[in-house]
Design a protein around this ligand. Structure first.
Ligand code: SDX
Length: 428
């Protein structure tokens, strides 16, 4: 029996349909509100507003639950490969052995980047942040593959674009790093798996082989899976709204990369390490920095803490924290920043300010420490987040286009001047 919500406006009662999802989440459908009442709703930051229905990722912020297509993140992170999870997010089911082999083979076919694109890198300054390089080079794919601009999006062309993007992003990411240290680019080697290939392009040199360490490969695989999707977060919403104008997938993902770069979003993992380093240099006085984070007059925030949705532990943070201990032990890395992070977490979690606001470590709090142990440079941390989030962006863009969702165009409440006449500059 369909349920409704009633609102009374100017003594008139209006009934609005209630939408209930497969996990019993409820929403009031306001898609006809303005037509029937003349009113709109307003919700800065969309904290209480659902933009769509989706069958890709379910998360419960209160219970700390995260599932991709129904599979708990803990099981996927501990058992699957990143390409398996990418296939699951994009096509809706875990691939069987034949489907996985075909998917992996198709991706290996496209790992090379058009040689003409190398000229872009010559133009960037050495200090160019890799996220700026990545967003612009990904956007330029649409010029190299004009068939991707086809708005009627037949599935064959879309799948080719998906394979190209998943295959080439690691190459571009590694090249943006090599470019920043002015080292020669390393080309993909297709006998390596996805994570091995990325690490090899990042750290191999023409003069010496890169020794593949399975501990590092496993940690990268797990981290990419943990970042793969997170329902309607800032960058994914960006991908969806850009794609809703029938912009191509490359342009939509390029916009998502830009949104992810922000320090309040994916850029937080780089800011966490910079924060821990600052605390370390300052003598490791964790209490002082927690007090600064609480002080409204101090712009300092505890990076890697808090979340729009999780009002409990971010389940990804738990897995990454455990993986942190394992990886640093296996690599024999004794990082003082990890000790500071653990102290910071303990102090914050016992502090009323953080408890009252349900501020817990999020996915970015520990990931930077592992990346640092894996010798990933700090400016590449958010690039690692983008590599992980790519299949989620693709899956959400594909779902939005297949559902023929309308172009995104929010309304507003105007608060500026009333009508007034132009005055010539000589009289102002
Ligand atoms: C990601 O959405 C996603 O799913 C994102 C993500 C994904 O996978 O895509 O999970 C990835 O972006 C994780 C978040 C990474 N960002 C950070 O770690 C940056 C630090 N965190 C904050 O800036 C903040 O917590 C946000 C941006 C994450 C969430 O901000 P909200 O939901 O808008 O919450 P808010 O800013 O309204 O804060 C509520 C209160 C405020 O205090 P009061 O006004 O109530 O007194 O909590 C305080 C804030 O001042 N607060 C913090 C804090 N985060 C929130 N105080 C100190 N340190 C912090 N980190």
């Amino acid at each position: 029996m369909s349920r409704t919500a009633k609102i009374v406006l100017n003594e008139n009662e209006h009934e609005l349909p209630v939408v209930t999802g497969s996990e019993n989440e409820n929403a009031i459908d306001i898609s006809k509100l303005r037509a029937s009442t003349g009113y709109i709703t307003i919700d800065p930051g969309y904290k209480n507003t659902g933009a769509t229905t989706s069958a890709i990722t379910f998360l419960d912020g209160e219970k700390g639950i995260l599932r991709y297509r129904g599979y708990p993140i803990e099981q996927l992170a501990n058992n699957a490969s990143f390409l398996e999870v990418s296939y699951l997010l994009i096509y809706g089911e875990l691939p069987n052995a034949v489907e996985l082999q075909l998917f992996e083979g198709n991706i290996k076919m496209h790992t090379l980047v058009h040689e003409d694109m190398k000229r872009f890198f010559e133009a960037y300054p050495a200090k160019a942040h890799p996220m700026g390089v990545l967003s612009s080079t990904v956007s330029s794919f649409a010029t190299f593959y004009p068939e991707s601009q086809n708005p009627n999006r037949n599935s064959e062309a879309v799948n080719l674009t998906i394979q190209r993007l998943i295959a080439k992003l690691p190459t571009l990411a590694a090249w943006s790093y090599k470019n920043s240290i002015r080292h020669p680019f390393m080309y993909p080697k297709n006998h390596l798996n996805y994570c091995e290939n990325f690490l090899n392009m990042m750290f191999a040199m023409p003069t010496e082989e890169y020794v593949i360490d399975p501990v590092i490969v496993d940690a990268i695989n797990k981290l990419l899976i943990l970042h793969a999707d997170h329902e309607q977060n800032c960058s994914t919403s960006t991908v969806r709204i850009v794609g809703s104008s029938q912009a191509n997938l490359y342009s939509s993902v390029s916009a998502g990369i830009c949104a992810l770069w922000g320090p309040l979003h994916g850029g937080a993992n780089q800011k966490v390490i910079e924060m821990l380093l600052k605390i370390h240099i300052d003598g490791g006085n964790v209490d002082k920095w927690v007090e600064k984070a609480k002080d409204k007059n101090d712009p300092f925030r505890l990076m890697g803490f808090g979340h729009r949705v999780y009002k409990n532990f971010d389940p990804r943070a738990r897995i990454i924290k455990k993986s942190c201990d394992d990886v640093l032990e296996k690599l024999g890395v004794d990082d003082p920043l990890l000790e500071i992070a653990k102290k910071l977490e303990k102090v914050a979690l016992e502090d009323d300010y953080f408890k009252e606001r349900n501020l817990y470590p999020n996915v970015d709090f520990y990931s930077g420490i592992i990346y640092k142990a894996l010798r990933i440079p700090t400016e590449m941390f958010t690039v690692m987040f983008a590599l992980g989030r790519l299949p989620g962006w693709i899956a959400q863009w594909k779902e939005m286009t297949e559902n023929n969702e309308p172009i995104g165009r929010p309304r507003q409440i105007y608060t500026g001047h009333g009508s007034r006449d132009y005055v010539d500059v000589s009289k102002r």
